[in-house]
Design a protein around this ligand. Sequence first.
Ligand SMILES: Nc1ncnc2c1ncn2[C@@H]1O[C@H](COP(=O)(O)OP(=O)(O)OP(=O)(O)O)[C@@H](O)[C@H]1O
Ligand SMILES: O=P(O)(O)OC[C@H]1O[C@H](OP(=O)(O)OP(=O)(O)O)[C@H](O)[C@@H]1O
Ligand SMILES: [Mg+2]
Length: 285
Amino acid sequence: MEKIRIAVQKSGRLNQDSLKILKDCGISIENGKDQLKASARNFPLEVFYLRNGDIPQYLRDGVVDIAIIGENVLVEKGADIDFTDRLGFSKCKVSLAVPKGVAYNSVTDFEGKRIATSYPNTVKNYLAEKGVSAELHIINGSVEIAPNIGLADAICDIVSSGSTLFKNNLKEVEIMFTSEAVLAVSPKISDARRAILEKIRFRIQSVLQAREAKYVLLNAPNEKLDTILKLLPGMRSPTVLPLAEEGWSSVHTVLQKDRFWEMIDELKQAGAEGILVCPIEKMVL
Ligand SMILES: Nc1ncnc2c1ncn2[C@@H]1O[C@H](COP(=O)(O)OP(=O)(O)OP(=O)(O)O)[C@@H](O)[C@H]1O
Ligand SMILES: O=P(O)(O)OC[C@H]1O[C@H](OP(=O)(O)OP(=O)(O)O)[C@H](O)[C@@H]1O
Ligand SMILES: [Mg+2]
């Protein structure tokens, strides 16, 4: 039987979350830690463990069919490669930063400056669009140290919490774009494997939707039901069931995580009691 080949980062920041999302999709991978290739036990899929930076070329050549990869790597090395879904983890910014003490007005301040980065194409294209030309120094890691050792006037790198910039006395001055892990697809994928990809995408979307939501059960006196129901969204509409105690009902609904705590406060004020909150494993809309 035909199998889809997926590239996952061998080790590093994307590795665990990538394997976790496959697991949550019910895909169980035979895990030999040192293997570079593994098969799924219950799904037509093979995993190739690769360096993140090498993945765009493997996709381009059709050596793998799909990959979980940082969007930033596609911007840098895989502008010709599409992705189908954002996966909600490894969120970061790709930014330009300068030493804290340097006055900064606009992107034209980078004209003629030395910029250290692991993302030369990204910086070159970004600055070219603004009509700015700078001198790029390509470094593979610890980029933020470059201004302190006199190697560059500025840097371009990934920023997440901002603590690496802070520790190196730098300030973020331009956010070029935001990035997260994505599901990228080889331009050479066959129709048969694309059909398997669609099955994976369906599962991933169910998992991601569930991660964003909570199942909530609460009790309410019947006279307060109207007010409470008006507050609730639900997937279609909330479920209302009578409690054994006369005059009371149980209300079941799905709440989005981003408005969750506000909603709980509003529900309590409206007379809800005994509120239970449960995780949702999968959500098929
Ligand atoms: N501080 C961060 N916060 C959130 N996401 C990050 C952060 N740093 C990197 N990432 C994301 O994780 C990806 C992998 O980063 P990591 O440092 O593990 O690997 P790498 O050294 O860039 O790649 P390789 O696998 O080729 O060694 C990056 O491409 C980016 O998308
Ligand atoms: O804003 P922060 O939360 O501090 O994160 C940003 C840092 O994280 C990444 O480095 P990483 O730790 O992956 O080290 P690396 O350079 O060895 O890849 C990135 O290259 C930045 O240096
Ligand atoms: Mg890194």
